[in-house]
Design a protein around this ligand. Sequence first.
Ligand SMILES: Nc1ncnc2c1ncn2[C@@H]1O[C@H](COP(=O)(O)OP(=O)(O)OP(=O)(O)O)[C@@H](O)[C@H]1O
Length: 221
Amino acid sequence: MIELNSVNKIYRTDEIETLALENVNIAIEKGEFVSVMGPSGCGKSTLLNIVGLLDTPTSGTVSIDGTTLRKMSDNRLAAFRNAKLGFVFQSFHLINSLNVLDNVELPLIYRSMSASERFRRVREVLDRVGLSHRMRHMPSQLSGGQCQRVAIARAIVGNPEIILADEPTGNLDSKMGAEVMDLLHSLNKDDGRTIMMVTHNEEQAKLTDRIIRFFDGRQVM
Ligand SMILES: Nc1ncnc2c1ncn2[C@@H]1O[C@H](COP(=O)(O)OP(=O)(O)OP(=O)(O)O)[C@@H](O)[C@H]1O
């Protein structure tokens, strides 16, 4: 379902070239929960950005559900990303000036949905993450774990098949981290969503279906 073939990514600055990904070949099946691990600077975020269509490989191809993404226009790419992918980040990336409801509603604004339909959907996902009673709170009035659950609600509100999570528990204590992991496992097992998660936490990675390890831009077995 997610397929990377011979993907290379080179960052060029005036002074140096960095080969951030070298000949990466990955296939992730629908419904899999995969962890990506490796030391700092080995290319994990680059990989997630490429799978998330936020960046393009220097060479090689990325396809999602059989659609090869190289040839798409920016507009189509944005629509594809909005429909297929949900993102969760280490530092939540909530908009601090918007309340929980408005943050979660954001991905739906670009869809042709009535306001009442959008509200119904936001309520549904906030119920799913156990936070509908915090709908009118601002992010600053929530705990870190609650912020991450709001971010997860925002990631799933558009019903994407794939969730890309970049160190989703990196800013949380172990109890809140465990709650967020339980939620991700439920989104995988109960809702059948495919999850690709970058993590530094070996214990969490062991509980996923598969660990992809990187070192210096290359996959290691
Ligand atoms: N925009 C950029 N321009 C130049 N070099 C970059 C850029 N982004 C990343 N790199 C380099 O590419 C390599 C891979 O970086 P990446 O952020 O993917 O690593 P990472 O494994 O996610 O690291 P961390 O665990 O510290 O977040 C690093 O050597 C980094 O310095």
